[in-house]
Design a protein around this ligand. Structure first.
Ligand code: AMP
Length: 356
């Protein structure tokens, strides 16, 4: 088991706010970071000394990047499997290629989860309008059509409420490889956030209750209420199976619907996650620090709560203009991502509030 000691360089694919927070945690532990991203700059550039601008499809650039760092991790998982193979041939990639391959494909993800014995929404693969019409018969006409790949924050999705919506939905998602999911009637949403070390040890943070608005996470709150707490053990048991089956190293997040049938798996992210941002101040060790510890083979930190009640709220678009008011309350911890343009729907920062 290789330990990557402080002083080494961690390569991060993606230079957004997740990369920024991973790089900050890495710096605290004495690591250097090197970002690889297609943009010229981004939120991670303020805290990471090295930035390579390159396309995720550029095998030569990825190989050179992997050769120059001690371990590669990612904040962005929608890269081509062949790019991951290139990276793996040139160095250590944590979490590994299997986790990436499954998490970037909604069909593969649901099949994988079902095969391990977990519950998902009913679903069907859709490659054409004809297949969509068959799928609606199969899973029901209250459904969501989602692109199989590259979807995030509710993008690449179209709701269906009757069979006549098929054409509009198929056009709305750009007529591409998709999955039709039956609409789950849920009481609340929550996530399981875990870290798994190189020796297979797993630690869980408390599961937050997550509220989404327009498909984008709005708040994450711990402790979650009784409905979620009653389902956390079952969800954790499944998350453990997923992590073990992938021999996963790093932070892994699984999103669930709390339904009357128990926890229904929605999707997973093979990385640190927005619903875990509260751990920076709200847990003894943050998801970012434990991710760095795990991928470098260090002992994992305590995931216990640092306050009785914690709420993380995303600052989306113009929400960020309230930064002065937010700072005037000492219970608030403000994080701004250094983005200039507060476009609607854009995650500009977050605020975590600790209380009794
Ligand atoms: P996703 O991009 O899959 O995380 O979807 C974003 C949000 O849309 C979820 O957090 C839910 O609030 C909602 N959603 C997604 N899929 C379903 C579903 N099958 N049934 C009900 N709500 C869903």
């Amino acid at each position: 088991m290789t330990t990557i000691p402080p002083g080494s360089t961690i390569g991060i694919l993606g230079g957004g706010q997740l990369g920024r927070m991973i790089a900050s945690a890495a710096a605290q532990l004495g690591y250097r970071t090197h970002i690889f991203a297609p943009e010229e700059s981004g939120p991670a550039a303020d805290v990471s000394p090295n930035w390579t601008r390159g396309a995720y499809e550029d095998a030569a650039a990825l190989a050179a990047f992997a050769d120059g760092v001690d371990v590669v991790t990612y904040e962005f998982e929608n890269i081509d499997p062949s790019a991951v193979e290139t990276l793996s041939a040139h160095g250590l990639v944590r979490p590994g290629a299997d986790a990436l391959r499954i998490a970037q494909d909604r069909l593969a993800e649901k099949r994988f989860f079902n095969d391990l014995g977990g519950l998902t929404a009913p679903y069907a693969s859709v490659e054409s309008l004809d297949e969509l019409e068959d799928a609606i018969e199969q899973v029901g006409s209250r459904a969501i059509l989602k692109t199989n790949r590259m979807g995030y924050d509710g993008k690449g999705q179209a709701r269906i409420s009757e069979p006549g919506d098929a054409v509009g939905a198929w056009n709305a998602i750009g007529r591409q490889s998709a999955i039709l999911e039956g609409f789950v009637t849920f009481q609340q949403e929550f996530s399981v956030i875990l870290v798994r070390g190189v020796d297979g040890e797993i630690r869980f943070w408390d599961s937050p209750a997550n509220v989404h608005v327009n498909g984008i996470l709005s708040t994450s709150t711990v402790p979650a209420g009784a409905v979620i707490i009653a389902q956390v053990d079952a969800a954790r048991a499944m998350a453990r199976r997923v992590a073990d089956a992938l021999d996963y190293v790093g932070v892994l997040t699984l999103e669930f619907f709390a339904s009357t049938d128990g926890p229904v798996f929605n999707e997973m992210a093979p990385r640190v996650h927005n619903s875990g941002h509260w751990t920076i101040e709200g847990a003894v060790t943050s998801q970012f620090e434990n991710h760095v510890r795990a991928i470098c083979g260090l002992p994992l930190g305590d995931t216990g709560l640092a306050a009785p009640h914690i709420e993380m709220r995303n600052l989306i678009g113009d929400d960020v203009l309230a930064w002065q008011d937010i700072l005037s309350d000492p219970a608030n911890h403000l994080h701004l991502y250094g983005k200039n343009d507060a476009r609607p729907g854009r995650k500009m920062g977050h605020v975590t509030r600790l209380s009794l």
